[in-house]
Every structure is written in C-alpha cells, then in structure tokens.
Design a protein around this ligand. Sequence first.
Ligand code: CU
Length: 143
Amino acid sequence: MSLTDLAVVLVGAALIAWELWFFLGPRRGGEAAHPNRSGVQEVRIVVKGGYNPDTILVEAGRPVRLHFYRDETAECSERVVFESLNIDEALPAFETKTIEFIPPTPGDYPFRCGMSMLRGRVVAQQGRDSARANLGKGHHKHG
Ligand SMILES: [Cu+2]
C-alpha cells in the first residue's frame, strides 16, 4: 500500500466518521419543551432559513404548543407542514403563529416548509423523565 493509498483510506474513514456524526449525532440533541402550568409543552421556534430549534423533545400524549416566529419574508418558509398530523399552515412574515397538537404515541413527528427544503421534527417520548434523560446524552457529555 503506497502512502497515497493510505491517505485516501484515512480521508475516507474520516468522512465516514463525520457522516455518522452528522446524521446520527444530532438525533441525541434537541430542545426539550417546557410544560407550562396547565401542562402544555411550549416551544418558540424561529423560522429563518431553517427552524431553530429544529428538534423538539416532548412527552407523548400531552399537548404541544409550538410558537413559530417567521423572521423573514423568503417564500420558502411561508408554510409549515406536519404531514403525519394533517397540519398545513401559513406562517405570516414577522409574526408568531401558534400550532397546537397532541402527539398520540412516542415517535418522530417531522415538519417541513411547503417545498420540503426546510425540515425539523418533534420527537415525542414516553414519560417526561425519558425526555430529560435523553437530553443529557449530547456531544458534550461523552466519556
Ligand atoms: Cu421551502
């Protein structure tokens, strides 16, 4: 094996590692919704060339209230669609649109813009403790 071959192999391995981190890593992150006094799990999401945060951790079977603030006029983000929940709503520019639903079962509830270019998801988990436990498993706490 020549030195060039070795370099190619090493670069390839690094790329694979990065891809694994990129696609699997962020899954463990996300922002946990904070339940208000009546137990509604609320999160504010800023829409600007994407969704921030784009991963929201909630407890399944409890109401979720997402406040989408669209901080741009770009056409791309003018609708938000939760296909699995039959939600398709307009997001007026520089306004907050509140979307409320109850994720019936644990699992992923993806959302996207009208053209599927911007993406995010609500991750519903069983019980609030598991949502919290999961939060701690981000990249900062390895080893
Ligand atoms: Cu779009």
